[in-house]
Write a protein that binds this ligand. Structure first.
Ligand SMILES: [Zn+2]
Length: 194
C-alpha cells in the first residue's frame, strides 16, 4: 500500500510585495513558513510523513513547485496543503472581514474536495470561521494555480485575515498558531483514516 504523505506549501517569499498587516507586525511569508514547519513536525509526531515544498525563504515559481511535488508524491499517497493568510484590502488599513477558509480549484478531485470539507468541519469546531458566510459545502472554489496544476490532491487554506486586527493578534499568539495547526493535522489524520 502507498504511504501517506503530506506536502506542505507556504505561500509567497520574502520579496513578495504587500502581504502584511497594516502596522507591519505580521508578514504572510514569515507566518506561513513558521506554520508550515510546525505542521510538518506535528504530522510526523502523529505518524504521518510530511515535507516542506519550499524550504527556502524566496518565492519559488509555480512550475518548480509542481516539479518538486511530482518528485515527492512519486509512489506515495500524497496530498498538498498550501498555507496562506487572507486579506480584505491592499493592506493600507485595518478591515472588518475576519476568519478562516479553505479553497479548491475548479478541477478539484473528489479527494481534494473531501479534504477541504474535513478541514472546514475542524475549523468550525475550533470556532475560527469568523464573520463571513461560507458556501454550503464548506469550501470555496477558485482558479488557484497551486491547486489546479498539482500532480496530487491539493487544497489552499486562508488562515485568518492579515488586515483584521483581532485575527493578527490571534495569528501572533501560541494559541492561534496551535489551533490552526491542530485543525490541519486532525483533518489530515481523518483524511488518511489514521
Ligand atoms: Zn497568500
Amino acid at each position: 500500500m502507498e504511504k501517506n504523505f503530506v506536502i506542505v506549501d507556504n505561500g509567497h517569499g520574502v520579496e513578495t510585495k504587500g502581504k502584511r498587516s497594516p502596522d507591519g507586525r505580521h508578514r504572510e511569508y514569515l507566518w506561513c513558513r513558521k506554520a508550515a514547519r510546525r505542521l510538518v513536525e506535528v504530522l510526523k509526531s502523529k505518524g504521518i510523513d510530511a515535507a516542506l515544498l519550499v524550504p527556502e525563504e524566496t518565492d519559488v515559481p509555480l512550475r518548480e513547485r509542481c516539479r518538486r511535488a511530482s518528485v515527492l508524491s512519486q509512489g506515495r499517497r500524497a496530498v498538498l496543503v498550501s498555507l496562506h493568510n487572507n486579506a480584505a484590502g491592499d493592506g493600507s488599513c485595518w478591515r472588518e472581514a475576519g476568519g478562516w477558509s479553505v479553497f479548491v480549484a475548479p478541477n478539484a478531485s473528489p479527494d481534494s474536495r473531501r479534504l477541504a470539507a474535513l478541514l472546514f468541519r475542524r475549523a468550525r469546531s475550533a470556532d475560527i470561521l469568523g464573520n463571513r458566510a461560507t458556501p454550503p459545502c464548506g469550501y470555496w472554489t477558485a482558479n488557484l494555480a497551486v491547486c489546479r496544476d498539482m500532480p496530487c490532491p491539493a487544497v489552499l487554506t486562508e488562515n485568518m485575515f492579515q488586515d483584521n486586527r483581532a485575527d493578527v493578534d490571534f495569528l501572533a499568539s501560541e494559541v492561534g498558531l496551535s489551533t490552526i495547526i491542530n485543525v490541519h493535522s486532525e483533518a489530515l489524520k481523518e483524511y488518511f483514516g489514521v
